[in-house]
Design a protein around this ligand. Structure first.
Ligand code: SPD
Length: 346
C-alpha cells in the first residue's frame, strides 16, 4: 500500500548482500533513509551505467551507525545527517572524496552548505535539507491549533500521538519547547527536557520513525512528530493531513552522501553521486520526495507547488527558527543516557 514497500525491499537487499547477485553487472550497494529517493532515477542510472543498484533502508542515524559499527559491510554509499558525518569520519569509516570525480559539485547552493558541517565536502556531499515538525489531522486539531511541541502533553489525544524513535530529535523537541538549544550539554537543561519527554511519552502510542506515516493516513494517529517531506508524501493519500513547524522552533538537517572506506565500486559510487547532483535529476528527486536538494541548477525546473511550499523552500523566518544538530563528541553520551532513561520510564 505504501509507496516503497520498505520492509520487503530491506529483506530482499539483505538477502542479496548475503548471497550475491548473479546478473554479472557491476553492483552498487546503497544504505539510505526510507522514502528518500525517486526510484525512477535509480532505474535510469542503472540503465545508463549498465549496473545494478541494491537499496537498503534505515530510519535513524543511530540505527545506521550501530549497524555499521556492528560490522555491516558491503555498502558503498550511505546518507547520514551532518553530525553523524563528523562521527563517522572520526571513526575512520569514510573515504576522503576525490572532488575531481564529482564535477556537478558546482551545482550546490552555497546558502545551505554551512548546514552540512563539512563545508568543503571533504567526506560528504549535501543531498537533501529537511526539517522536523508535526504531521497532524486538521479535523482533529481544529481551527485554533497553535502548533507547539507541547501538543504531546494534551491528554485528549492520549494513545493517538507518536514521536520519532530518534534520540536527538525527541530530546531536541523537549529542549526546544523549554527554550533551550538542541545541542545543550548543560545537565540541568537536559534533566528538565527528560522530565518533559517522560510526561509526553505517557500520552504517546509509541516512539516510531516510519510507520507513523501510514498511521496518519489511516487516521490511527492524530499528531506525529515527523520529517517534513515524509509527511508531505502521505498528504497525497489523505487530504486531512497537515504539517506544521512548532512555534518554539525545530531541527534543520542536511543529510549527505558519503562513500564508505572499503567500497568495492568507488567509480560507480562517484558517478551516482554526480548523477544526483545534476540539476534536472535533482529537480525530479525534489518533486518526488518533497525535500529540498540544495542544488541551484534544479530550482528552475521545480513546479510552482514546490516553489511555494514554505516547509520545502524555507523562507528565512522559518530557517531562523531552526537549529542544526551537532556532533557533541564525548557529550553525545549525555543524550544516550537520557534516552535510555526515557525509554525505561513508566
Ligand atoms: N525519509 C527520510 C527522512 C530523512 C529526514 N532527515 C532526517 C534528519 C534526522 N535528524
Amino acid at each position: 500500500m505504501y509507496r516503497k514497500f520498505t520492509v520487503l525491499m530491506a529483506a530482499i537487499s539483505a538477502a542479496v548482500i548475503l548471497f550475491g547477485c548473479s546478473s554479472g553487472k557491476k553492483e552498487l550497494y546503497i544504505y539510505n533513509w526510507s522514502d528518500y529517493i525517486n526510484e525512477d532515477l535509480v532505474k535510469r542510472f542503472e540503465e545508463e551505467n549498465n549496473c545494478k543498484i541494491i537499496l537498503d533502508y534505515f530510519d535513524s542515524n543511530e540505527t545506521m551507525y550501530a549497524k555499521l559499527q556492528a560490522g555491516a559491510t558491503g555498502y558503498d554509499i550511505v546518507f547520514p545527517s551532518g553530525y553523524m558525518v563528523n562521527m563517522m569520519a572520526q571513526q575512520g569509516l569514510l573515504l576522503k572524496l576525490d572532488q575531481s570525480k564529482i564535477p556537478n559539485l558546482k551545482n550546490l547552493d552555497e546558502k545551505y552548505i554551512p548546514f552540512s558541517m563539512d563545508e568543503n565536502q571533504e567526506y560528504s556531499v549535501p543531498y537533501m535539507i529537511s526539517n522536523t515538525g508535526i504531521g497532524y489531522l486538521a479535523s482533529k486539531a481544529g481551527d485554533d491549533f497553535d502548533p507547539s511541541w507541547n501538543i504531546f502533553a494534551d491528554p485528549r489525544y492520549k494513545g493517538r500521538m507518536t514521536m520519532l524513535n530518534d534520540m536527538r530529535e525527541a530530546i531536541g523537541a523537549a529542549l526546544k519547547y523549554l527554550g533551550y538549544s538542541m545541542n545543550t550539554i548543560k545537565s540541568d537543561e537536559l534533566e528538565a527536557a527528560k522530565k518533559i519527554l517522560i510526561g509526553w511519552k505517557r500520552n504517546l502510542a509509541k516512539f516510531e520513525a516510519d510507520q507513523y506515516k501510514n498511521g496518519l493516513v489511516s487516521e490511527e494517529f492524530y499528531f506525529s512528530q515527523g520529517y517534513s517531506g515524509d509527511v508531505y508524501q502521505v498528504m497525497e493519500e489523505n487530504e486531512d493531513i497537515n504539517y506544521a513547524i512548532p512555534k518554539e522552533g525545530t531541527t534543520l538537517s542536511s543529510d549527505n552522501m558519503v562513500i564508505l572506506k572499503g567500497s568495492k565500486n568507488t567509480d560507480l559510487a562517484y558517478a551516482f553521486i554526480n548523477f544526483l547532483l545534476d540539476g534536472k535529476v535533482a529537480a525530479e528527486n525534489i518533486e518526488y520526495v518533497y525535500y529540498l536538494a540544495p542544488n541551484k541548477e534544479a530550482y528552475q525546473y521545480l513546479s510552482d507547488e514546490i516553489k511555494n511550499e514554505p516547509a520545502i523552500l524555507m523562507p528565512d523566518e522559518i530557517l531562523n527558527k531552526c537549529e542544526v544538530l551537532k556532533d557533541l563528541g564525548e557529550n553525545n553520551e549525555l543524550y544516550s543516557k537520557i534516552w535510555d532513561e526515557v525509554k525505561a520510564a513508566k
